[in-house]
Design a protein around this ligand. Structure first.
Ligand code: S3P
Length: 448
């Protein structure tokens, strides 16, 4: 599972029309939280549809190291949780590999325990800023005993005897920061309040309530959310069916839009409104995306998506939409490369601190493949080449970033010349089935 050493390239080639039905793996955000909350709650949690990607499995290992029992029986994951407040001190460091969500949420979860926990990760994760999570934790009484310069991993936390509840206004649009504070509050007496000026994905709030946490959300006249959580309550195991990940569905979806003649269905995709910004944007660009059989499953909206190849046109993507499509900009930039005119994406500052500096990685990848673009400090504009004429022929540096790898492989399916990515290994962190699923739809992607 160590990806830092040997690179495994892959190349995508212009493909004939994609067709068929696909099911993408379970949502990564919900899968992480299912393992965490199941491992924490009293009694049994049963999960189907879990994403068995490396990031999520690391979270499972961390929960096991702190006392949870986790096993797979048939199609189901069965967890016996420790009970809220009863996590055990892990014997060794918790290794989160590439996973920002797993590590940041777990820092919150364990930070307020009177124990010592060390966090380590791969080269990409070790470069990412952890201060955004450590700052509110410090206010609750958590000590950072050791860290690499700039509050980076490897780092060691020591929780207080009794944590203090806080009122915390999240300074950037980040569901991970919001969630870390809410999870720290679970082992803190009294009421902790998280103020969220810009709404981000709300899986933590929804799922914690489902597990029995005393949590309420008020939205004030200015649209700012105030999330109140009372600590030290009981959490009870749940039955969870994880819907398909819209951030993974984005890859076959954009592929079908840009490969002429394509017509595919992607089944059982999560349609939580905090996650559907890409679909809205693509529809504004002229994409044919039909929502079939919209339904509610386990408290979340889901639908099947019928996607047909479409002539796209450039649009302006407003900054306020960024939180609802934050992981989808790399593949949106690929769609924009095939659109007529310019697509301007605003409010992208958070892309700089993802698995790679995604704004720079996307811009370099587009340039390497003959696509004209401008990288601003917090914006990207892409001038498209409808039909893919003149696109391709380059090799893209993926910087240990799964979404950069998948996005540029999608690009190669409709470009005039093949597109190579320098490494496909990281794809297993979020979408281990990517190659097989894309090939089954007719995509020409090969190693090398
Ligand atoms: C996630 C939140 C987002 C997103 C990540 C998953 C989550 O990160 O990019 O892939 O599950 O809470 P930020 O909170 O840093 O925006």
């Amino acid at each position: 599972m160590a990806h830092d050493a040997v690179l495994s390239p892959a190349t995508a080639r212009r493909s004939t029309a994609l067709s068929g039905t696909a099911r993408v793996p379970g949502d990564k955000s919900i899968s992480h939280r299912s393992f965490m909350f199941g491992g924490l709650a009293s009694g049994e949690t049963r999960i189907t549809g879990l994403l068995e990607g490396e990031d999520v499995l690391r979270t499972g290992e961390a929960m096991k190291a702190m006392g949870a029992r986790i096993e797979k029986r048939g199609e189901e994951w069965i967890i016996s949780g420790v009970g809220n407040g009863c996590l055990l001190e892990p014997e060794g460091p918790l290794d989160f590999g590439n996973a920002g969500t797993g590590s940041r949420l777990t820092m919150g979860l364990v930070g307020t325990y009177d124990m010592r926990t060390t966090f380590i990760g791969d080269a990409s994760l070790s470069k990412r800023p952890m201060g955004r999570v450590l700052d509110p934790l410090r206010l609750m009484g958590v000590q950072v005993l050791e860290s690499a310069p700039g509050d980076r991993m490897p780092l060691t936390l020591q929780g207080p005897k009794h944590a203090s509840p806080i009122q915390y206004r999240v300074p950037m649009a980040s569901a991970q920061v919001k969630s870390a504070v809410l999870l720290a509050a679970l082992n803190t007496p009294g009421i902790t309040t998280v103020i969220e000026p810009v709404m981000t994905r709300d899986h933590t709030e929804k799922m914690l309530k489902g597990f029995g946490a005393d949590l309420s959300v008020e939205t004030d006249a200015a649209g700012v959310r105030h999330i109140h959580i009372t600590g030290q309550g009981k959490l009870e195991g749940q039955v969870i069916a994880v819907p398909g990940d819209p951030s993974s569905a984005a890859f076959p979806l954009v592929a079908a839009l840009i490969v002429p003649g394509s017509d595919i269905v992607i089944e059982n995709v999560l349609m939580n409104p905090t996650r559907t910004g890409l679909i809205l944007t693509l529809q504004e660009m002229g994409a044919s995306i039909e929502l079939l059989n919209p339904r509610n499953a386990g408290g979340e909206d889901v639908a099947d998506l019928r996607v047909r190849a479409s002539d796209l046109k450039g649009v302006i993507v407003p900054a306020e939409r960024a939180p609802s499509m934050i992981d989808e900009y790399p593949v949106l930039a690929v769609a924009a490369a095939f659109a007529e005119g310019e697509t301007l994406m605003l409010g992208l500052e958070e892309l700089r601190v993802k698995e790679s500096d995604r704004l720079a990685a996307v811009a370099r990848g587009l340039e390497a493949n003959g696509v004209d673009c401008t990288e601003g400090a917090e914006a990207l504009s892409v001038r498209g080449k409808p039909g893919g004429k003149g696109i391709g022929g380059g090799t893209v540096a993926t910087h240990l970033d799964h979404r950069i790898a998948m996005s540029f492989l999608v690009m190669g399916l409709a470009s005039e010349k093949p597109v190579t990515v320098d490494d496909r290994n990281m794809i297993a962190t979020s979408f281990p089935e990517f190659m097989g699923l894309m090939r089954d739809l007719g995509a020409e992607i090969d190693p090398g």
